[in-house]
Every structure is written in C-alpha cells, then in structure tokens.
Design a protein around this ligand. Structure first.
Ligand code: HEC
Ligand code: HEC
Length: 456
C-alpha cells in the first residue's frame, strides 16, 4: 500500500501524527513499505493537548491489531449506517454525501428538518469531509514560515467551522451526541446498537472477539474505524482534479480558466489565494485554505431556525457552540476558511449557508464594501444593516483587506465574462478529472464483507 501523506505547509498534526504512528504499527509485516510518510510537525505549531494525551487514544488496547484495510472497510460501513443515530434514520452519509464531496446533498442545511420523526435543526452548513487530512489542531497563534515567520496569523486550525474539535475521532463524537444531529445520549447506547447490528461480526474480526466485553473499548473501535475511513486517500484526498493534473504538467487550463486563476491570485483582483492558497508550497499540493479563522461579516441567514430568535447570534470562535474562548471579544464572528476544492459541488456556502449560488459568493467578496445594500437588509429608517449577523461591538473584527476595504471603493460588479472565468477556474478544483487509473471506489458499501478495502 502506498499512500503518501500530502501535507499543507501549515499542517502541524500532533494528533494526526499519533494516528499515523498507530496506523504504521497496524501494517502487515511482510515487507510492506511504511504506510505513511509523515514530516515532523513544524516547531511553531500550537498544540492544545499534550501529545501524550492525544496518543493515549491510539494506545494499543485491542486484543487483535486492526489493519488499515479492515478498519477502513468497517469505518465505511458504519459511515453509511443510519442505525448509528438515535432515530435510526440518519447516517453520516445522509449529511456528508459522497456524491457531493462528502458535503450536503442539494437540499442543503435544512435537510430532514421537515421529517417529524427527525426533529432536526442544523444551525450550520454541512462541510465537505474531503481534504481534512492536513487540518492542524486549533491554536490561537500561528506563524507560517511560507508567508512571514514573524507575523502572528492569529487563530488557525481545528475541525468544525469554529475549530472546536482537534481530531477526526474527537469530531466524530460530536455529531453522534449532538441533539440536533445523531442525538445519541451515551456511548453505551451506540455500542448496544452496533453489538446487535449487521457490523458486529466485522467489529470483532477487526478488533478481536472480546471487543464488546468493554463498552469503552467497543466505542473506541467505532470512533477509530470512522476516523481511519475518513483518512483513506482515494476517497478523501485523491488530488485528481483538473487543477492537480495541470500542476503535474498533465493537463492544460483553458484560456478562461487561466484568466480566472489569475484574478483569484491577484492581490488587487480577488486576492482569494491570500486565504485560499493555490500554489504548491514545500512540495505539497495546495489545500485552498490556510485554515485561518477570519470574520467576513456574512449576512444573517433568516432560513435557520435558530435565527428566528433575533437575540441569537452564532459568533463562531467565541461561542456559543464553543465555550472556552467566550470572553475574547476579538474572536467573535470568526469562522474557519474552508477548502475550495470541490466547491462547485456545493449548494450552500459560508458557515450559515446563507448563499445557494457560488456566483453570489463571488459577488459578495467583490461588492460587500462598495454596495452593501445588495447583501444586507435595510432597517426601518432606511439604513443598510451591514454585518447584520454580528452585534455592533464586534464589527471591527471583520476583515477589510483586499478584495474588501479601501481597495474596493467605487467598485461595481465583476463583468459577467470575468465572473464566468472565475467560475471556470473554480470548476477545475473538482475531483475526478479524467484519471482512468484511479477509479473512484463504490459510493456506498453497506456490508462489511463487500467492496474493496479502499486504503491500498
Ligand atoms: C444531521 C447532519 C449531520 C450528520 C448526520 C453528521 N454530520 Fe458531520 N457535520 C454536520 C455539520 C452541520 C457540521 C458542521 C458543524 C459545526 O461546524 O459546528 C459537521 C461537521 C463534521 C466534521 C468536521 C469537518 C471539519 O473539519 O470542519 C466532520 C469530520 C464530520 N462532520 C464527520 C461526521 C461523521 C463521521 C458523522 C457520522 C458519525 C457525521 N459527521 C454525521 C452535519 C452532520
Ligand atoms: C481574508 C481571508 C479570505 C479571503 C481573502 C477570501 N476568503 Fe473565502 N473564505 C474565508 C473564510 C474565513 C470563509 C468562511 C467564512 C464564513 O463562513 O463565515 C470563506 C469562505 C469561502 C467560500 C464558501 C465555501 C463553503 O464551503 O461554504 C467560498 C466559495 C470562498 N470563500 C471563495 C472565495 C473567493 C472566490 C475569494 C476571492 C474573491 C475568497 N474566498 C477570498 C476567507 C477568505
């Protein structure tokens, strides 16, 4: 098995490194090459847990050493199994649909809200689960040697829109227990279902026959299998978009795509690459995010149930979902910049899913400061209620660098042809571009025994 761990320059990854060490130990002995090549974490990387605590999760506690292909197969089966939810109706894949880069199906943020049996209020847009393998653990300070080592880039990293989960197994607990997602109340409940369910044998054959003797151990097996599945390169980070082929010198970008890329990178144009880097750095293919948490002041989404309460604000990094930084006013309104890979497969944009059309997102960047009336509602006195999803005392947190701010004064909409170019470029970031040698694995594989392992 050859899977090369492609890292972004900012990746620090003590947690991921712990997983990888664990995985490396799971390799079959017979002369196989090492599972993964991991560069040591950069020294400046902020860590929010001591490494010992993180690797404790991966300590070898099972009577059988699980292999990567076995865990991947089990993890995939669990990912598609609605029995993991309290209602028995929601699988991870219901929200993270492989057809849409493990992001939401077109019904978007309100999926299933209409089903009485699943009283579901999703307060945030469902992110894609692709290209998360280099997300560094959350840190309040970040120094990036590829940009300027002496400058603190501020809060960076972590999973979820507010960076509150450090690892994918940390993360998997959250939807499993969240009342608005899978709504389980205890690990025992999940273990009980798995023990009775179709995957029980598979869990045993992967982790040892005694795995169900101990609820904690069995739950850990479930989390670990889900995490390992989400690290399978072919499904989650294939780097097989047209843009990747172009970076490898194996494809040509069209004239329109090239013009779009130029605007995307231009500090006086879109300046998008400032936060969504597009270049190979230190030999790593670009993730199209620098993992930074930034306030863009995106408009309030009236469609979200939580927003019916006019005093409710989702302030991201400072709460209310995250609690430990709630006293830091300068963090209110900050959300993590997502990767733009596969962005044309999305139907909801920004943390609150306020936009349904990628063109609107680009318009927002171009004209937020020159024509705010296009994006924000008017109050009774006719004033534009700019940054209406953020209480006034936090408006200063909103980013005003290019393409926003002074630079955009007097700017009109991007001419249609130029907008088309940008769309053409963004479409080159979609995976699955002509690579017959790298066929996609089956989208769903409900049984443990069926399908290929996917991690070879
Ligand atoms: C009801 C829809 C729903 C279900 C079911 C669901 N998720 Fe999510 N998932 C979300 C939403 C919404 C977020 C973003 C939440 C936030 O940022 O606060 C999210 C975030 C994530 C993230 C973080 C991505 C990142 O790095 O920012 C991961 C990983 C993830 N989910 C995996 C899973 C797994 C594994 C399961 C099954 C155990 C699952 N999800 C089930 C809706 C769902
Ligand atoms: C100052 C940093 C910054 C710059 C510059 C920037 N972005 Fe972003 N981008 C972000 C952040 C942060 C978010 C998430 C904001 C939120 O949801 O509140 C985001 C979100 C997005 C999204 C939504 C993706 C999703 O999955 O919901 C798109 C699309 C996007 N940016 C495209 C662009 C384009 C195109 C440009 C250039 C015109 C650009 N960005 C410039 C930081 C930036």
């Amino acid at each position: 098995m050859t899977f090369l761990y492609q890292k972004g320059h900012t990746a620090s990854l003590s947690a991921v490194a712990a997983l990888l060490l664990f995985l490396a130990g799971c390799e079959p002995k017979e002369g196989a090459p090492p599972a993964v090549a991991v560069a040591p974490p950069p020294p400046t990387a902020a860590k929010s847990h001591p490494p010992a605590q993180q690797s404790a999760f991966y300590a070898d506690s099972f009577s059988k050493r699980p292999t990567v292909p076995e865990m991947t197969r089990l993890g995939r089966s669990l990912f598609f199994d609605p029995l993991l939810s309290a209602s028995g109706q929601l699988a991870c894949a219901t929200c993270h649909d492989p057809k849409f880069a493990y992001g939401p199906p077109p019904k978007g943020v309100t999926i299933h809200a209409d089903r009485k049996s699943v009283p579901l209020v999703i307060a945030r847009a469902i992110p894609s689960l692709k290209y998360l393998q280099t997300v560094p653990p959350f840190g309040e300070h970040h120094y990036d040697e590829a940009v300027d080592e002496s400058v603190d880039q501020g809060p960076t990293g972590g999973h979820m829109w507010d960076g509150r989960a450090d690892t994918l197994h940390d993360q998997a607990r959250l939807p499993l227990f969240s009342a608005s997602e899978m709504a389980n109340t205890s690990a025992e409940q999940i273990v009980a279902v798995v023990r009775r369910g179709a995957h029980a044998q598979c869990v045993k054959s992967t982790f040892g026959d005694d795995v169900f003797d101990d609820n904690e151990k069995a739950f850990k097996a479930v989390l670990m299998a889900l995490e390992v599945f989400q690290q399978s390169p072919r499904e989650f980070y294939p780097y097989d978009s047209k843009y990747d082929s172009w970076l490898r010198g194996k494809a040509q970008l069209s004239e329109a795509e090239t013009r779009g890329l130029k605007w995307f990178n231009d500090p006086h144009g879109g300046n998008c690459a400032n936060c969504h880097p597009s270049q190979i750095r230190n030999g790593s293919f670009p993730q199209f995010t620098d993992f930074g948490l930034i306030a863009l002041g995106v408009p309030r989404n009236p469609a979200l149930a939580a927003n019916k309460d006019s005093s409710y604000f989702d302030l991201g990094l400072c709460g209310p979902q995250r609690t430990e930084l709630k006293s830091k006013g300068e963090y209110c309104g900050l959300f993590k910049a997502p990767s733009l890979r596969n962005v044309t497969l999305r139907h909801t944009f920004f943390h609150n899913g306020v936009y349904r059309d990628l063109r609107e997102v680009v318009d927002f960047y171009v004209e937020r400061d020159s024509h705010p009336e296009k994006f924000y509602p008017k109050s009774k006195d006719g004033q534009v209620n700019k940054f209406d999803d953020l209480p006034a005392q936090y408006h200063n947190n909103v980013n005003t660098e290019s393409p926003f701010g002074e630079e955009s004064a007097g700017r009109g909409p991007l001419p249609k042809k130029q907008l088309d170019d940008v769309m053409a470029f963004l479409a080159t970031l979609t995976d699955g571009y002509q690579d017959p040698k790298n066929p996609q694995p089956p989208a769903s594989d409900p049984t443990c025994s069926g399908g290929e392992a996917g991690a070879d």
